[in-house]
Write a protein that binds this ligand. Structure first.
Ligand code: PGA
Length: 251
């Protein structure tokens, strides 16, 4: 059965690269992706300080630019935060919301829900992140946890938001650890996330990504799972050659 879901591969740079680093990277990645004739949708998520440089460098290319986080307010006394309007004004088209590193720093389910809504309302696409800790996995509580995270995050989402919404399943124990989820674990969790999301949006249309120590060596087998529609890549996205190899693996 052919899937209507176009694969999406997003590179989350986290707190890495300055504007000049980012421009050199984008030049190289654009060349690699053009040479490969890539069919997947590709996005780069630089830190706020490089967002405008990346959006400028990628304008007119098939590669999209997205922020790593967004605040739900339009403007005001929120030191260190950035609004969806500000992100859109850089030329970026989307944002991550609810990454586990943000949640660990205090971002609540209610904030994630409000931030997803604010980003969508400003025309941005959203990659909303969920995932369980090792404690929850060991206690066999992964699926229940994912249900509650997805339900909470999609509290203000409507059916017609589906085209600009993707959900990344990122087990916390797999992030930056080199310990990737098995294909079976990724498939089970992504299928479960899709089932939960389908209470709100069309489950056959929403893209579910896997994230957590994705590399050129394991990307193809993860992407081959029926409910894995792409990847959110941290460490391996910092080098354009390895990120391009992961993009190629989704073909
Ligand atoms: P990683 O990070 O690929 O370095 O594990 C993934 C993420 O946190 O999005």
């Amino acid at each position: 059965m052919s899937s209507p879901r176009r694969p999406l591969v997003a590179g989350n740079w986290k707190m890495n690269k300055t504007g000049p680093d980012a421009r050199a990277y984008c030049e190289r990645l654009v060349a690699l992706v053009a040479a490969d004739g890539v069919t997947a949708e590709v996005a780069i998520c630089p830190p706020f300080t490089a967002l405008e440089s990346v959006a400028f460098a990628l304008a007119g290319t098939p590669i999209l630019t997205a922020a790593q986080a967004v605040h739900e307010a339009e403007s005001g006394a929120h030191t260190g935060e950035v609004s969806a309007t500000m992100i859109a004004a850089t030329g970026a088209l989307g944002t991550l919301v609810g990454h586990s590193e943000r949640r660990a720093a205090g971002e609540t389910d209610a904030q994630v829900a409000a931030r997803v809504r604010a980003a969508l309302d400003h025309g941005l696409f959203v990659i909303m992140c969920v995932g369980e800790s090792l404690e929850l996995r060991d206690a066999n509580e992964t699926l229940g946890w994912l249900s509650s995270q997805v339900a909470a995050a999609l509290a203000h989402v409507q059916t017609d938001d589906v085209e600009r919404l993707a959900i990344a399943y990122e087990p916390i124990w797999a992030i930056g650890t080199g310990r990737t989820a098995t294909q079976e674990q990724a498939q089970e969790a992504c299928a479960h996330v899709r089932a939960e999301a389908s209470k709100v949006v069309d489950g056959a249309a929403v893209r579910i990504l896997y994230g957590g120590s994705v590399t050129p060596a394991n990307a193809a087998e993860l992407m081959a799972q029926p409910d894995v529609d792409g990847a959110l890549v941290g460490g391996a996205s910092l080098d354009p050659e390895s990120f391009a190899a992961i993009i190629r693996a989704t073909a």
